[in-house]
Write a protein that binds this ligand. Structure first.
Ligand SMILES: [Zn+2]
Length: 287
């Protein structure tokens, strides 16, 4: 079995780089917490793989979040990865999910890609989910944000997910525009022959050797990916404060202890009036 990992690689003679991701355990752990219908689980799997691919190039401490809100059967999908490869994700959906199709599950949706450094300003890009699948929408995202040609393929089964991303680098080795373009087109032609099941079961090494037999590819060290929720009592306390002071007061009148469960991992947090105040003070001191 392949381990949950992300691996970056470089074409040594071309201005192209790539990332490969495979998730088993982390995906299954997330599905273990939330028993989603199959179509939703697979869609979430693709979002998880995509967040790992996009997050693998973060150059700072922080996180990358992919979020979609839609008027379809899946009202919200969210996948998040931190700089140290910790993943989490959720989906909110209708009571009954009948559709299998990307565009009906996520109808009239917009994908929000947020890059959130721990210290510093976060920035967001919005992309309409107009493609046939998530990979197509992400290609559009790169087109608009980095203006670099990108190839993405994502696939998911009941128990694993995988993805690959190839991206043109700024001019470095091939300075001639037409040579550069033909190198990219050639790599694309080969990449498009990759089958879903090959992506799911092959190691990064076998996959790349099989696909790009004539190209020298340098694999960087594989990095482990794990499911780990980033919730804590400070964040939960802040989320609780969002209900507003009046509502909060009436909640405490009903019960001396309010319980909040993390939506991602179902961990429970309990607050009394005193402990809530203390947690918020502590959070302020830390920022
Ligand atoms: Zn949590």
């Amino acid at each position: 079995m392949l381990k949950d990992s992300i691996q970056r690689f470089l074409f040594q003679k071309l201005d192209i780089r790539g990332q490969w991701v495979h998730l088993d355990m982390s995906y299954q752990e997330i599905l273990g917490i939330h028993p989603y219908p199959e179509a939703v689980a697979r869609l979430l799997g693709e979002f998880l793989a995509a967040s790992a691919l996009l997050g693998s190039t973060l150059k700072f401490q922080g996180r990358l979040v992919l979020q979609v809100r839609s008027s379809g059967e899946v009202s919200l999908l969210m996948a998040e990865v931190t700089h140290d490869r910790q993943l989490r994700g959720i989906a909110r959906m209708a009571d009954v999910v009948l559709s299998q199709e990307f565009n009906t599950l996520l109808k009239e949706a917009t994908l929000v890609v947020s890059v959130e450094p721990k210290d510093g300003e976060r920035y967001q890009s919005l992309v309409p989910l107009s493609g046939a699948n998530l990979a197509e929408c992400l290609v559009q995202y790169f087109d608009q944000s980095e203006q670099l040609q990108t190839f993405i393929k994502l696939t998911s089964s009941d128990d694993s997910v995988a993805g690959i991303l190839l991206q043109q680098l700024p001019k470095q080795l091939a300075l001639d525009e037409s040579e550069r373009e033909s190198q990219w087109q050639h790599a694309m032609m080969l990449a498009k022959t990759l089958k879903q099941e090959e992506l799911l079961i092959l190691s990064s090494e076998k996959l790349l050797q099989g696909l790009f037999a004539d190209d020298a590819i340098k694999l960087l060290e594989a990095e482990s990916v794990v499911f780990k929720c980033s919730c804590n009592s400070e964040r939960t306390a802040n989320a609780l404060m969002m209900v507003g002071p009046t509502e909060l007061e009436s909640m405490f009148e009903e019960t001396p202890e309010i319980e909040m469960a993390c939506e991602f991992c179902h961990r429970k947090y309990c607050f009394t009036r005193e402990s809530l105040g203390e947690t918020l003070r502590k959070d302020k001191l830390n920022h």
